[in-house]
Design a protein around this ligand. Structure first.
Ligand code: TYD
Length: 136
């Protein structure tokens, strides 16, 4: 699993003068089975979220409203994305360290996850994450 497996995915957008509509269909748009949905909101200016990696969890992240940055790191390469459209998301495979910051006022971050919440799936220490990647 590396950054090469992570990618921006464009979602369908139904333009309408009454307001646009986007939908997400499992397996058509998302490369995993969705077991959990959660969202971040009321994020204060300057806050940072994330700061962890996951052993098993696949994730898809969308800026439903507003914008934020996401840094992805596979232990070898890093990539930074600015998410600011409701019809784009980023697929994050397992064993990727992620950090989210630069939240705009009113930003809402939607996450679709392949697993139920399980604290034992997290790496919360960056050095532990690197050691596991290097098989130490
Ligand atoms: P965390 O995943 O660290 O948040 P983020 O990556 O968005 O900064 O989770 C923050 C807290 O919320 C932590 O105590 C675990 C809890 N939590 C749940 O109970 N269920 C969930 O589905 C998630 C994502 C977090």
């Amino acid at each position: 699993m590396s950054l090469d497996n992570c990618r921006l995915i464009e979602l369908p957008k139904i333009h309408d003068p009454r307001g646009n509509l986007t939908f997400i269909e499992q397996s058509r748009h998302i490369p995993f089975e969705i077991r959990r949905v959660y969202y971040l909101y009321d994020v204060p200016g300057g806050a940072e979220r994330g700061g962890h990696a996951h052993r098993e969890m696949h994730q898809f992240i969308v800026a439903m409203s507003g914008s934020f940055d996401i840094l992805l790191d596979d232990g070898k390469q890093k990539a930074r994305y600015h998410l600011n459209r409701s019809y784009y998301g980023i697929y994050v495979c397992p064993m990727i360290w992620r950090e989210l910051d630069n939240f705009s006022s009113g930003a809402v971050c939607l996450s679709l996850a392949s697993t139920f919440y399980d604290e034992s799936d997290y790496f919360r220490d960056y050095q532990d994450f690197l050691k596991t990647l290097r098989g130490k």
